[in-house]
Design a protein around this ligand. Structure first.
Ligand code: AMP
Length: 207
């Protein structure tokens, strides 16, 4: 399936073309349409399948259509700083022709970054990528504003549970509005991932 068949906004298509993507990978073909329709998605996808663009492209497209100034639109929670940096680079490439803002928030990045992270968490960035521990450090300070959040993405969810982040993820979810779209990606689908998905409230109804 070619990317022109998804009805993406022109500025999103430009980013796809600049990244030299021509046809969608199988996971992209499966998850892009339901995400564009506003549905929750749980997908089993390994690294290297194109899973990052599978959630980034429809999330970006929807955020461009429903832009809310001063609010964070999407929160992507990932297990490691390496993955946070990698996704953040993906966002930079794919959103190059849009006005979307983004920031990666992860541990071990020093005091200067903390100030920029706090500003984004208070005043909103369109897309925030974070590791659980660093996000909890900010949440504990009391200034995180997720009121306008439209998307929660849990990427490599099985790895996050293996690394012991279950409680942190639950705390993060409690700080988010209930009405939002949930996207969960995992290389494996053990029972504990299905349990985690059950804890996520039902999908919002959108017109
Ligand atoms: P990921 O599985 O998200 O880590 O992506 C693996 C690699 O595939 C990354 O370098 C992406 O830029 C690239 N990629 C993602 N989607 C496509 C596509 N439709 N066509 C060609 N390359 C892609």
């Amino acid at each position: 399936m070619r990317f022109t068949e998804f009805n993406f906004l022109p500025e999103v298509l430009e980013g796809i073309e600049a990244s030299n993507y021509e046809t969608a990978t199988p996971v992209q073909e499966q998850v892009i349409p339901p995400i564009l329709e506003g549905r929750d998605v749980i997908a089993s996808a390994q690294t290297g399948t194109g899973k990052t663009a599978a959630f980034l492209l429809p999330v970006m497209n929807r955020l461009l259509k429903n832009h809310v100034d001063g609010h964070t639109g999407a929160l992507i929670v990932v297990p490691t700083r390496e993955l946070a940096i990698q996704i953040s680079q993906h966002i930079e490439g794919l959103s190059y022709f849009t006005h979307l803002s983004s920031i990666a928030i992860y541990g071990g990045s020093g005091g200067d970054n903390f100030v920029a992270e706090k500003k984004a968490l208070q005043n909103g960035a369109d897309i925030i990528v974070c590791t659980p521990g660093r996000m909890i450090a900010h949440l504990n300070m009391g200034y995180v504003n997720m009121k306008g959040l439209q998307f929660l993405v849990l990427d490599e969810a099985d790895r996050m549970l293996d690394m012991g982040f279950q409680d942190d993820i639950s705390k993060i979810i409690k700080a988010l509005p209930e009405k939002r779209q949930n996207l969960l990606f995992s290389a494996t689908m053990p029972d504990k991932i299905r349990q985690l998905a059950k804890k996520i409230p039902p999908p919002p109804r959108r017109n």
